[in-house]
Write a protein that binds this ligand. Structure first.
Ligand code: DC
Length: 224
């Protein structure tokens, strides 16, 4: 890891468009991209597959350290776990739920730390997650914290699923999202909170284009 390599941290709860905006910044700047949520999702699925006890922190950490994880350099969003394509599985509701559960285990967070730091390579990194600006890259050049009301985030998720032809029930999505928010925000280690030096952007009333425009302005100001 080279601490002179610039990092742009994009944190916030799910459904704020973090992933899309982080990928856009990385592509525009030619920077590397870390989707840290994907690491927690993969670990969650690995816990399920191996039958590891979620209450056994050291066992989950050992599993995290032993995982063979590969992100496809050519196909965005494609991830392999021990050679198996788990890209679809990690995005299921079960994948989201398990990610949030393993994310609350201190030993698991510690075990995933070095993997995240290793993404910091020249010419720069855009890191998307919950604790990028607070814990993993506290020296990030720019810290953006995206937020939106739970109702709006659930509505966006609902639309995504319906557009994909997947049935969904809005009140159930909202309930799940609130539970995950509570677990992510109330955990003792690396809770979901904006860094004190983060720029907080509430996207509830903004279109994707408006968010992109505002974020890219912040990025260019920070880099110049
Ligand atoms: O960003 P995402 O929705 O893919 O993240 C899924 C879950 O993973 C999220 O509910 C909490 C956990 N997570 C975390 O604890 N820390 C991160 N840096 C990223 C994700």
């Amino acid at each position: 890891m080279d601490s002179s390599v610039p990092v742009i941290a994009v944190d916030g709860p799910s459904g704020t468009g973090k992933g899309t905006i982080a990928a856009h910044i990385a592509q525009t700047l030619g920077f590397h991209l870390l989707d840290s949520g994907a690491l927690y999702r993969i670990l969650g699925i690995a816990v399920l597959k191996s039958g590891t006890d979620l209450n056994d922190g050291p066992a989950v950490a050992e599993l995290a350290s032993s995982l063979d994880i590969a992100f496809s350099p050519t196909e965005p969003g494609v991830v392999l776990l021990n050679g198996e394509d788990v890209s679809v599985q990690i995005r299921t509701d079960e994948g989201s739920d398990m990610a949030s559960r393993v994310g609350a285990i201190p030993e698991a967070r510690q075990a995933l730390m070095q993997r995240q730091l290793d993404f910091r390579k020249s010419p720069g990194l855009v890191a998307d997650g919950r604790d990028m600006g607070t814990v993993v890259f506290p020296d990030a050049l720019l810290k953006i914290y995206l937020t939106a009301s739970p109702e709006e985030r659930a509505r966006r998720r609902y639309k995504q699923l319906i557009d994909k032809g997947i049935g969904a029930i809005l009140p159930a999505l909202l309930q799940d999202l609130k539970e995950r928010d509570a677990r992510d925000s109330e955990r003792k280690i690396s809770p979901l909170i904006p860094a004190s030096d983060a720029i907080v952007l509430d996207t509830t009333e903004l279109s994707e284009e408006q968010v992109t425009e505002r974020v890219m302005k912040l990025v260019h100001t920070a880099l110049n």
